[in-house]
Design a protein around this ligand. Structure first.
Ligand SMILES: *Cc1c(COP(=O)(O)O)cnc(C)c1O
Length: 396
């Protein structure tokens, strides 16, 4: 297989050369005084990416799943009630994790392809007059269906019912690709990871705590050691880490934020919108349908696309890989066999996206899909030509 082709899976994402070089460093002593010169700015810059001033960011050597576990164990106690909606594989897996930690999980079942139901959250919270619900858990960008939820609407629903529950948000596949405003949206706990919008290898779970969340850690009794916020925050305050930090990834994060700030976060978001819109134009030209039910739910980091009746999306993604050495996301959970996904987040340009669209189009035609060769590519080219200059492409 070719090692040159970009991946079109929604994480881990393509690693730009600049970040590969930044991570290619020899071991240095994390207890030496200069570690803090590298580490402290990484933590303060991350606050800018989450858009929080009063919150605090910590890093755990883990994938995003570890971030979920850190969130739950630091703030909640066994038996605590949480409210969460299931509308895709990632919200489903977060529910499973909560159940395994013996939380009392109130699940709102939603059709896959829809997003966080702010109105239903409001109803459940208003009905909870004894305030047994301790937290509302929301997956900002459901990576399985390509659905972006409105976090501000959830916060407004919580405020409207004057409920004191904390708001936890999984922004693993949205942060640094689409707008996220921790402070403004009243998010108490936000979880991200190194391998999506930050364009790095997997290995760091990035967790932001609000002041209210930090306060809640003091009475939470879920067992935790590795993920203990208190241990981590205490060591961080002294310029260190409670155990061995993932040094190369911290160098990578430092450089990733330089790249994001050089481009400008608003330009990063505009670039993702433009790349995604080109993909959506292609989907329309193919005569196919997105899993996301309506335009306000469209994700700019991943598109999940139904294959026509009688076709199997796993065969399509396998064929694209075997014949052309290009990876696309498979359908997850309920979407298995029914949909494939194009990840369009991180280090990507319009030119790279066109190569992905051309590849999946060849694969579809190879498998006798009722799709015209070149139709999706032409639609995306048309859109990119008209909008060039809207966002600066980066892939440095
Ligand atoms: C990728 C992802 C995660 C984390 O998955 P890991 O494989 O543990 O890194 C969590 N939530 C969402 C929405 C994701 O896209």
């Amino acid at each position: 297989m070719s090692g040159q082709n970009p991946v079109f899976i929604p994480g881990p994402t393509n690693i730009p050369d600049r970040l590969r070089r930044a991570m290619d460093v020899q071991t240095t002593d994390h207890r030496a005084p200069d570690f803090v010169e590298l580490f402290a700015p990484v933590l303060s810059n991350l606050k800018k990416v989450f858009k929080t001033e009063s919150g605090q960011v910590v890093l755990f050597p883990a994938s995003g799943t570890g971030g979920w576990e850190a969130a739950i164990t630091n703030i909640l106690s066994p038996g605590d009630k949480v409210l969460i909606a299931r509308y895709g594989m990632f919200s489903h897996r977060w529910i499973d994790l909560c159940q395994r930690h013996n939380l009392d999980v109130e699940v709102i079942e939603c059709e896959w392809g829809t997003g966080a139901p702010a109105d239903l959250f409001a109803e459940r919270l208003s009905a909870d007059t004894e305030h047994r619900i301790k937290a509302v858990l929301v997956t900002h960008n459901e990576t399985a269906t390509g659905v972006l939820s409105d976090i501000n609407a959830v916060r407004e629903a919580m405020n409207a019912s004057s409920h004191p529950a904390l708001l936890f948000v999984d922004c693993v596949s949205s942060l640094a690709s689409m707008d996220f405003r921790m402070e403004e949206w009243g998010v108490d706990l936000a979880i991200a990871g190194s391998q999506k919008g930050f364009m790095l290898t997997t290995g760091v779970a990035i967790v932001a705590f609000s002041e209210k969340a930090i306060e809640a850690t003091r009475s939470a009794t879920c067992p935790r050691t590795f993920f203990d916020f208190g241990d981590m925050a205490g060591a961080n305050a002294r310029g260190g880490f409670p155990y061995t930090p993932p040094l190369q990834l911290i160098h990578g994060l430092s450089a990733a934020m330089e790249m994001l700030f050089d481009e400008g976060l608003d330009n990063v978001f505009a670039r993702h919108f433009r790349l995604a819109e080109g993909v959506r134009q292609a989907v329309k030209a193919w005569g196919l349908r997105l899993c996301a039910k309506s335009p306000e739910l469209y994700s700019d980091s991943v598109s999940a696309i139904f294959v026509p009746e009688g076709f199997n999306s796993d065969e399509l993604t396998n064929h694209a890989y075997d014949a052309y050495s290009v990876s696309f996301g498979v359908g997850l959970g309920e979407m298995g066999g029914k949909a494939f996904r194009i990840g369009h987040l991180g280090s990507l340009t319009d030119v790279m996206v066109l190569s992905g669209l051309a590849t999946i189009e060849m694969a579809m035609v190879d498998l006798d899909y009722p799709v015209q060769l070149g139709s999706g590519v032409a639609a995306a080219q048309d859109y990119y030509r008209k909008t060039t200059g809207l966002a600066l492409s980066q892939a440095a």
